[in-house]
Write a protein that binds this ligand. Structure first.
Ligand SMILES: [Zn+2]
Ligand SMILES: [Zn+2]
Length: 250
């Protein structure tokens, strides 16, 4: 059985910026970013930045680390690792893209804060040989933020606080905001509790300047099912001259 180490591939995710609000270093600038070893959810460019941010990060870090323990105790540790490998292989573009078109942020930037995306995936019965093909597409649902309580129960408020805190921070750095994606992964046959991951997605101002893109949902489905990177897909459409047809200018 192939085994993917989450940590070995996580560093490949691009555009990670230092979690310390006062620091603007990011991976994009060629900086080596390190994950917080406890929660494995936030990045820092240096131990100095990490130390300076610890009073702010401490509470969330503990909550995230506890969530990882829950995953382990529910027997979903393997799905957590598979998801991290899949996310790293896909890169940040897929979820950015789903948020941009699913939330129609170019027409309704306020949707970044008032709605969220629920992405349902299925683990394959046969384990693939590339993390890109780890999951099968289930569905994408756009929900009002008020539906989060029903979905996550007691931890909904924590998540809302975390997202709005992140939203404030990235806006201060000139980004459009932080959208919320809840990913749920079911095992083949639907056995056991699903693995659920809360993914904050930072949207740039460029996303607000996008055009309507018909068929984005089918394309997301293809990208996930075929295990292709989104760049590959766009390049293919461009080559065949279909990209213009796919984009309806407003
Ligand atoms: Zn820093
Ligand atoms: Zn942490």
């Amino acid at each position: 059985m192939p085994k993917y180490s989450a940590e070995s591939v996580t560093h490949k995710i691009t555009e990670h910026s230092c979690k310390l609000p006062a620091c603007s270093n990011s991976k994009l600038q060629g900086k080596v970013m390190r994950l917080c070893a406890q929660c494995k959810s936030v990045h820092y460019c240096s131990t100095d930045c990490q130390r300076a941010d610890w009073p702010n990060h401490k509470q969330l870090c503990k909550r995230l680390a506890a969530a990882r323990d829950t995953e382990e105790s529910e027997g979903n540790g393997d799905l957590a690792e598979d998801f991290a490998a899949w996310q790293a292989a896909m890169g940040p573009l897929l979820l950015t893209w789903i948020c941009t078109y699913g939330l129609t942020v170019y027409r309704h930037p306020e949707n970044i804060r008032t709605k969220f995306i629920f992405l349902s995936l299925k683990a394959r019965a046969e384990r693939p040989f590339t993390p890109l093909k780890m999951f099968e597409y289930g569905s994408i649902t756009v929900l009002d933020m008020s539906a989060l309580d029903g979905l996550l129960g007691g931890s909904a408020q924590d998540i809302k606080d975390h997202i709005s805190e992140s939203d404030k921070q990235v806006k201060a750095k000139g980004k459009a905001g932080t959208a919320l994606v809840i990913v749920s992964v079911k095992r083949p046959g639907g056995s056991g509790p699903p693995f659920v991951r809360v993914v904050p997605v930072v949207l740039r101002m460029e996303e607000l300047a996008q055009d309507e893109f018909m068929g984005w949902e089918n394309m997301a489905k293809d990208i996930i099912n075929e295990g292709r990177s989104i760049k590959h897909r766009v390049a293919k459409l461009e080559k065949s001259g279909q990209l213009e047809d796919a984009i309806v200018r407003m």
